[in-house]
Design a protein around this ligand. Sequence first.
Ligand code: FES
Length: 280
Amino acid sequence: MYKILRKEILSANIKLMEIFAPKVAQKAAPGQFIILRIDEQGERIPLTIADFNAEKGTITMIFQEVGKTTSQLGTMKVGDSIRDFLGPLGIPMHIKNYGRVVCVGGGVGVAPLYPQARALKQAGNEIISIIGARSKSILFWEDEIHKVSDKSYITTDDGSYGHHGFVSDILKRLLEEKERIDRIIAIGPIPMMRVLCELTKPYNVPTFVSLNSIMVDGTGMCGCCRVTIGDEVKFTCVDGPDFDGHKVNFKELNARMKRFVPEEKEAMELFRKRSSCICQ
Ligand code: FES
């Protein structure tokens, strides 16, 4: 059993949890993820690692309540325990001194972006960060990102904070101003990553994206996370989750993302009904 040591509500449906999982924390690296199962009957879900502390033996994750399991997880409290917590999984991000790296995070993608930006900064890179959210109320970890960046930009879709618009606006400006950029890391919603890759391709700037959101069982067995990278078929969970964004077939990826929407809706409805029965 894996105890919840800390819980923070970052916004209405985005929560942070720090879990005591010493063996996972000892081996965790930026870019990796864990699989958890809340209880014996629970489904397995993959979540990215937002932070890790080998000394304390903890893993921090930030998740958005988008389905049945993440909503159930969001109801758990400090002191509660999670049944299974497996990891670290996935290939760690390749860290070296590339020069100037632009780190772009959208929505909850800011969480896995943070340890990557920190590790790249520690490796001697100059870090320019661009983080965005729909609105100020759901933006989180601005300070954390700021601390590991030489320069950082904020955007909100509704203009409630920072630049009124999208992360791609800022990146476009940097590219057009001919700022030297040696590498781009982009983590966020699939449409955001797609736009960024289309933007950077003509400039030939290596752009890496994280395809965590397509994973289901996270162990290479279910086959749900198949993606086409160039002319190769890869499994996000065992070959990724980070890939060369210019080679990702986003059209196919987008279609695959919608495959389980009906099942997810049904599970969510059931969870809502059960929760309201328990509360009454
Ligand atoms: S998530 Fe099932 S094979 Fe990758």
